[in-house]
Design a protein around this ligand. Structure first.
Ligand SMILES: [Zn+2]
Length: 399
């Protein structure tokens, strides 16, 4: 049931090239997979609703559709249709979810109550109202001095995962023999600190979404045991086991421990980071930092690989199943209307072009187009619906 949420290389341990530490410094790449499956799990995991009529994703809350009233007449029909068709709903959607008419779009708020939100389009680009938002677009920033090109730009750095004592639980950990373990969360934090100094030199105001190896969420796996049990039952495991037998347990994903841990380090943690970004940091841009790795074959006899690549993600490419959740559909529309894409796509392309020049690495090619859509001109940028790229209410470039 939940196994497909992992790509083939995903649950197995990573392979590493010979001369691993050298490789880390040169190419800043590695560790167990990472964003290969952040949201894929979501679509297979049926959440438990608080009330019968609520139709929200895991740990999500009821959407506040009234907020969208602020976006009336801020977008033309053509621009709305372009963003829906080419960026956010590239896999299609059920016909009753979104209806694009001549002057309005009708968006389903809740299927059970058959309630809809009506968005009125602007008649033309010149007559449209300004887009309300807390972040600054590149164009709206004051002109900067040549040596401080990022003056007035607020950038939040979001080192992926937790690292430290949590790295094993997160499955962002690996070790060759008795050498120091490689942990994605620690690497991402190191890179964030290096990056912060460089960005500040260029004039940016830099903040950290995480600046140590501890979770932002006050919750811990034990807080989610009951929810994990309910989710497993709802997903067809009538009597879920409490614990994982051993690391090779083929049914570990169907245990309360495994589920409660993932609810902690992924869903609860990223939702808390979103609250920090949206209500406290208020950045103009978030850079999410991650390191991927290839599978390393048989864990008892790991083999290393020289295969290497990189790519960047912006929000979009929602799956039909994801659009069925009232909160995800609402967040998609809010994000579309905020025009974060207009900022994050050129940024992602610019970052990709610079990284490609420096590293000479080829772009990663997803094995299928089931969850991603290639966007932009660089060849390295994909649209994908991850929790962080969806929930942070500002442009997000996920590296
Ligand atoms: Zn990652």
């Amino acid at each position: 049931m939940m196994k497909e949420c992992r790509s083939p290389n995903d649950k197995v341990s990573p392979r590493f090239p010979r001369g691993a530490s050298d490789f880390v410094i040169r190419h800043l790449s590695l560790v167990r997979h990472s964003f290969i499956c952040h949201s894929a799990f979501l679509l297979l995991l049926i959440p438990v609703a608080l009330e019968a009529a609520d139709n929200v994703s895991v740990l999500g809350s009821k959407p506040k559709w009234d907020v969208l009233e602020h976006y009336q007449e801020t977008i033309t029909r053509d621009e709305f249709a372009h963003l829906i068709n080419d960026v956010y709903c590239t896999h299609g959607f059920a016909p009753d979810l979104i209806e694009v008419n001549t002057d309005t779009a009708r968006i389903l708020m809740n299927r059970e109550s058959q309630s809809f939100f009506t968005l009125r389009f602007a008649k033309s680009d010149s007559s449209r109202d300004p887009v309300p938002r807390l972040w600054h677009s590149a164009k709206s920033l004051p002109s900067a001095k040549p040596d401080k090109p990022l003056s007035s730009l607020r950038i939040a750095l979001d080192p992926g995962h937790l690292g430290g004592e949590w790295a094993k639980m997160e499955e962002r950990w690996f070790q060759v023999g008795s050498t120091q373990p490689v942990q994605e969360g620690d690497l991402a934090l190191k890179v964030a600190r290096l990056l912060a100094a460089r960005l500040r030199e260029l004039g940016a105001k830099v903040s950290f979404v995480r600046n140590n190896n501890e979770p932002i969420t006050p919750k811990r796996p034990d807080d989610f045991r009951e929810l994990a049990r309910k989710i497993l039952i709802k997903n067809g495991v009538p009597q879920p086991r409490a614990d994982v037998l051993d690391p090779n347990d083929p049914e570990k994903e169907q245990t309360i421990r495994w589920q409660s841990e993932i609810l902690f380090y992924r869903y609860s943690e990223i939702r808390r980071r979103a609250a920090l970004v949206n209500f406290k940091l208020h950045p103009d841009l978030v850079l999410c930092l991650h390191f991927n790795a290839e599978g390393w074959g048989d864990p008892n006899n790991p083999t290393l690989t020289d295969t290497n690549h990189f790519h960047l993600l912006v929000n979009g490419s929602f799956l039909q199943q994801e659009l069925e959740y009232d909160d995800e559909r609402f967040e998609m529309i809010r994000r579309l209307l905020s025009r974060a894409y207009d900022e994050e796509l050129p940024l992602a392309d610019a970052v990709a072009t610079a990284m490609a020049r420096e590293t000479q690495l080829p772009p990663y090619q997803y094995p299928t187009t089931n969850s991603t859509t290639k966007v932009g001109a660089s060849g390295y940028v994909y649209a994908r619906n991850l929790l962080a790229t969806r929930l942070y209410r500002c442009p997000v470039v996920y590296c």
